[in-house]
Design a binder for this molecule. Structure first.
Ligand code: IPE
Ligand code: IPE
Ligand code: MG
Length: 239
């Protein structure tokens, strides 16, 4: 069944890439690119919400990003901690619900406390769901889900032949959220870099040369328009 999607995608995911290159071009330290990138996320979240997008997922820190220089990892973790600690009033004002995806067990206790407070405080909001991927890897997420199922098999509560897509999905960090309709990657690279591997099985991909710190509502609109013009066979919300 072919379906022309000239509508707004329900779920948009973004690989926010190019902060480092943006900074380098201006003779600034990479960390300044991340600072500017963090400002842009907040703006684009509001734009996405205003456009009628219902789920918005951003890749903030991958399982592979720990291998960057310690000072850059620290700068990124600091920015994330600041966001978790200071964004509650804004999220309440804009009716945003926040959820962190990724393996939180490797994040600091302070970060975990801030995440819990942000998630709990915004849990009742009914506007856009903002998912932030921190220490996230698609393979790692699938491994954690499979490990949970293996334990259930071992305990005798699940039979191997009963395992299906929905049981693997139920153990993912994104469980309950529809798969992304549109995935945008900025700054010219055209790869998935371990983002939403399971959920992205039928996601439309959109690449732009614009670096993340230069990304605007107009760029988001271009991606949404490109999506609207494509024919999709599977995926998307039943509307
Ligand atoms: C994306 O920008 C942000 C993170 C990965 C945290 P990069 O830091 O990857 O920027 P480039 O790719 O080096 O330009
Ligand atoms: C992907 O970007 C991760 C995030 C945006 C957080 P990277 O810049 O880390 O990915 P690679 O290394 O180019 O694949
Ligand atoms: Mg990069």
């Amino acid at each position: 069944m072919e379906e022309k999607k000239d509508r707004i995608p329900a779920h948009v995911a973004i690989i926010m890439d190019g902060n480092g290159r943006w900074a380098k071009k201006r003779g600034l330290p990479r960390s300044m690119g991340h600072v500017q990138g963090a400002r842009v996320v907040e703006k684009i979240l509001k734009d996405a919400s205003d456009m009628g997008i219902r789920y918005f997922t951003v890749y903030a820190f991958s399982t592979e990003n720990w291998s960057r220089p310690a000072s850059e990892v620290a700068a990124l973790m600091n920015l994330l901690l600041t966001y978790m600690k200071t964004s509650i009033p804004n999220c309440m004002k804009n009716n945003v619900r926040v959820r962190i995806i990724g393996d939180k067990s490797k994040l600091s206790p302070e970060m975990n406390r801030a995440i819990r407070e942000l998630e709990d405080t915004t849990a009742g909001n009914t506007g856009i769901l903002f998912q932030i991927a921190v220490n996230y890897g698609g393979r790692d997420e699938i491994v954690r889900s499979v490990r949970r199922l293996a334990q259930q098999v071992k305990d005798g509560t699940v039979a191997p032949e009963d395992i299906d897509d929905s049981m693997i999905e139920a153990g993912l960090d994104t469980s309950g959220v529809p798969d992304p309709d549109l995935l945008i990657r900025t700054c010219g690279e055209e790869r998935i870099s371990n983002f939403l591997l399971w959920q992205g099985a039928y996601t439309e991909l959109y690449f732009t040369d614009v670096a993340w710190p230069d990304f605007t509502k107009e760029e988001l609109q271009k991606a949404v328009d490109a999506y609207g013009g494509r024919i999709r066979r599977y995926g998307g919300l039943k509307q």
